[in-house]
Write a protein that binds this ligand. Sequence first.
Ligand SMILES: C[S@@+](CC[C@H](N)C(=O)[O-])C[C@H]1O[C@@H](n2cnc3c(N)ncnc32)[C@H](O)[C@@H]1O
Length: 137
Amino acid sequence: MPGRSFSFAGVAGWGVSVRIINADCREAMAAMNACSVDAIVTDPPYGLRFMGKGWDHGVPGVEFWIEALRVAKPGAHLLAFGGTRTYHRLVCAIEDAGFEIRDQIGWAFGSGFPKSRNGAWGGHGAQTGLGADRHGT
Ligand SMILES: C[S@@+](CC[C@H](N)C(=O)[O-])C[C@H]1O[C@@H](n2cnc3c(N)ncnc32)[C@H](O)[C@@H]1O
């Protein structure tokens, strides 16, 4: 439920404090102090129009990552998932915001979703036959 936050103290006996904010992350980040976040781990939209979802219209742009950099402490790390067909746009936006790209990790997996055949790219090719020409089939 957006807008609610949950706090836990002493999680797993580590003596750490964790606060979970269930909200639009753009609004949540705007309310955060600068240089207040140790690390950012995120799985943002891939821009594949996944299952027609409105939130998946594109990957977060430079302005979004500038805000992430603002709240990150100096030296903080960002780990962001990206889709196989759009991760390059994600990486460029992150770099253009000011982050230094240190490395990338590839994760090969099968999920059962036909992600290379639906959406703006594959769907268009499949419907018009352009995909067949492109792939020489
Ligand atoms: C690539 S999916 C991540 C899916 C997730 N890792 C999982 O396994 O369920 C992107 C997610 O970001 C969420 N999302 C999109 N825009 C958001 C925003 N402004 N603030 C918070 N979450 C957002 C979407 O609802 C979606 O669940």
